[in-house]
Design a protein around this ligand. Structure first.
Ligand code: ZN
Length: 375
């Protein structure tokens, strides 16, 4: 564990020296050449209602992912974390969308200016004072486009919607950050945000590839609430045997959801598709498995007993398969956390969102809410 402590200390130093949460985020900085990246990374982009983020600034050939914080309180608490997660991607991608970075993604906070000359200020997703955190309702700000990504405090740890949804309801793209943020775990939490930003762009979990069993092994019995879920399932359905319950809890999305165990976060694609039945995604895994991906869970993810799982392989949710030089399996090892997006993750972004230059045919009216009143 020692090397992790040193890594964390380093990460915190890097982040605190580069983090500026000054409103709003306007720069497209750090245009470095991308270098040669191997083609890796796993994503699920296309589904009935789910697509890659569209080009919405055709003159620049960019896909701007506009984001807003739900309210001032959300921004005050989460700004550093979200910008920190963006910074991690920006560094691995060699800057945001441009000819030199080789991709077309650009994150931009919604903002307003009182007058064309005045300093911009952040514009929130909801009209002032209307966002009710408990009820999760509010009046969407009419000056914020409905496809804007909402960043908000969440009771449910860290989560994000995946890719671009073609429906038209406001708040349909959202990224939640736990309301239980611990300043001592800042670097770790920023890394979790970077994982969620991967989902926002359209990535799915590396360990949910159909070929994952060649690289990692998943022990469902150590996953939070799995055994309780199974017991309840067997009690509800007397015709079911243990094997059948395990099979359904591990392969059919609705069962772990119904019985409230995060086993669905480890599920492999069914005929190439993944996710809830109403929201299926085709999984793209043309490139090799990436053990360094930020989208790969570590051995303590969603475990019943975290402390035990940090010491004992038998308590882990996921373990890495160790192979000899000939590819024979010789044992298992912990999957250590990948704190930063990998080269393969960046390659995924570049492959799925390549920079193709200015587009002459506007596909969507550019969304640029950079002026107007402040509500
Ligand atoms: Zn995830």
């Amino acid at each position: 564990m020692k090397c992790f402590d040193i890594f964390f200390a380093l990460l915190i130093t890097i982040l605190s020296s580069t983090l500026a949460c000054s409103p709003p985020y306007l720069e497209c900085s750090n245009d470095k050449p991308s270098g040669n990246l191997s083609k890796r990374g796993t994503g699920g982009l296309r589904g009935d209602n789910i697509q890659p983020w569209p080009i919405n600034r055709p003159q620049a050939g960019l896909r701007v992912i506009w984001f807003c914080f739900a309210s001032k309180e959300d921004r005050d608490k989460l700004c550093n974390y979200f910008y920190g997660g963006l910074k991690m991607w920006e560094q691995q991608l060699g800057g945001w969308g441009s000819p030199t970075s080789g991709h077309s993604i650009y994150f931009q906070e919604t903002f307003f200016k009182e007058t064309p000359e005045s300093m911009p200020g952040p514009r929130f997703c909801f009209k002032d004072g209307t966002w009710d955190y408990e009820k999760e309702t509010g009046d969407w700000n009419p000056y914020v486009h409905p496809d804007t990504l909402m960043i908000r405090l969440s009771k449910k740890s860290f989560w994000s919607t995946v890719a671009y949804r073609t429906t038209n309801d406001p708040g349909r793209h959202a990224l939640g950050i736990t309301d239980d943020l611990d300043p001592n775990k800042k670097a770790m939490h920023i890394s979790y945000v970077a994982h969620e930003i991967g989902h926002t762009m359209g990535m799915v979990h590396e360990h949910q590839r159909k070929d994952r069993d060649d690289y990692v092994t998943v022990n469902y019995h150590n996953i939070v609430n799995y055994e309780q879920a199974k017991t309840q399932f067997l009690a509800d359905d007397k015709t079911m045997d243990e094997e059948g319950a395990d099979w359904l809890l591990q392969t059919t999305y609705t069962y772990p959801k119904k019985y409230d165990t995060p086993a669905y976060e480890f599920m492999k694609p069914n005929e190439g598709q993944i996710g809830p039945p109403t929201d299926l995604l085709w999984v793209d895994h043309r490139e090799p498995f990436d053990l360094e991906s930020i989208m790969l869970y570590h051995s303590q993810a969603h475990v019943q007993d975290r402390e035990k799982a940090s010491r004992e392989q038998d308590s882990c949710s996921i373990l890495k398969i160790v192979k000899d030089d000939h590819g024979n399996r010789i044992g298992l090892d912990f999957v250590r956390p990948n704190w930063l997006p990998s080269k393969g993750d960046a390659a995924w972004v570049k492959r799925n969102y390549p920079y193709q230059g200015p587009q002459t045919l506007p596909q969507n009216p550019p969304q640029d809410p950079g002026s107007g009143p402040a509500s």
